[in-house]
Design a protein around this ligand. Sequence first.
Ligand code: MG
Length: 250
Amino acid sequence: MLAIGLMSLVSMDGMSQKKNKVIAHRGAWKNTGATENSIGALEHAIKLGCYGSEFDVHMSADSVLYVLHDHSIQGTNIETTNSAELSKIKLANGESLPTLEAYLKAGSKQKKTRLILEIKTSKISKERSLALATKCVELVKKMKVEKITDYIAFSWDVCLKVKELAPKAHVEYLNGDKTPDEIQAAGLDGIDYHLSVLKRKEDYIPAMRQKKLTTNVWTVNDEADLKYFLEKDVDYITTNEPELLLSLSK
Ligand code: MG
């Protein structure tokens, strides 16, 4: 047991000690009472000791970045509303709608849980998606969290943009339609695909590993599915059930 423990310490990537495969989807909210994508949900994921905590980022009309999954909250569309209005919005748990700056500040107080930043695709234009990507990379640098932040996006162009701006960043593509060869040729670092894609394309996990690229799978919540992907030895599992996955991983 001691030998195995030492081996896993030696194999850590220098930035973060990889103790488990658990990425809390929108933070740890389902079993904690925290609202998804709230700073409280991030703090619960950190407390649990998850490898990573995922969250979604949009840009307001006046180019301020906010953490939220949907494009709208309480009938207010993020992309077409200014920050002066958005800053008045309260989440169900009483927190203000978090800016990315406040969110990264909360995450920066620790190093063991990685911040898995999803850049959402603009519904207005590709230019806006790319502007959001640029602003995310700039803010991550400003907040000094580059070493604990990874990026994911459905937009292929956004993934390429992040890689261009931050060549050392770990960037995974979400949309499921690129092969391991295409990911490698583009210089990206991994795939983060829906569980149905990775069940259909059983060869992707070993193919990515052979290329020294990573595979993450979303969003796996059923115990049988969690066990299936643990068995396949996927690198990361994104889940609404981080507590269950942590207990299955032991
Ligand atoms: Mg997301």
